[in-house]
Design a protein around this ligand. Sequence first.
Ligand code: KIV
Length: 272
Amino acid sequence: MSTTKKEVKKITTNTLLQMKAKGEKISMLTAYDFSFAKIFDAAGIDVILVGDSASNVMAGHETTLPITLDQMIYHASSVIRGINRSLVVVDLPFGAYQSNNDLALASAVRIMKETGAHSIKLEGGEEVIDSIKRIVSAGIPVMGHLGLTPQSIYKFGTYSVRATHQEEADKLKRDILLLQQAGCFAVVLEKIPAALAKEVTASVAIPTIGIGAGKHCDGQVLVMHDMLGINTEFKPRFLRQYLNLNELIINASKAYIKDVKSGNFPSDNESY
Ligand code: KIV
């Protein structure tokens, strides 16, 4: 009897580079637990991001700042158990890399060792280049993140579109080249003008993954709670909502409550 399992072509950082070279768009969604990761992987998503947006959508915090490295490791190790094909990227949370390169490497190593994830992501350009080089030199793939970087929300003061002024746009153009030189395999571009995203996407060989950065990025990412309509209060212009899961869950919960109250559930067939 043959015991060979059906071979699955896993997505690697190299696959993403080839996709950019071929003009094939990259799909990325966030996930924070086993069950949703399994569904997205089965649906054929290329990349799953265990985002520090878990701080908002899973823990109910206003910002991404409070989530800890231990909590990210918990989410990432749950996600990885649901994955068969997708590439898994895990955010280094605020405070886990900013102070020095040793800390950055130690945090990245913990994520790789304790979760089995395939890569990490961190926010920033020139300011974090040495940390990126150190992590990459240890053999850990790094995804960059430019534009709106939510871990710096108290520096920006708002979640509005970034790099609308020349000086910030010029810095972003320099930063993406530095990220590429430092060895990043891809870069998230969050909430920047579409024309700027188009220009910087054309300036590098590594793929750009946009969120609120227009159609010329090499791929797109959305937070799962936003695109599935679990979160109904957050409606930025860039968001396309594919489902109203909030309404579906409320209706299902109401039907269940009604059945329990009326004695309609469980029936004899649902009993032992
Ligand atoms: O944490 C996150 O979900 C992210 C995406 C918005 C790119 O960084």
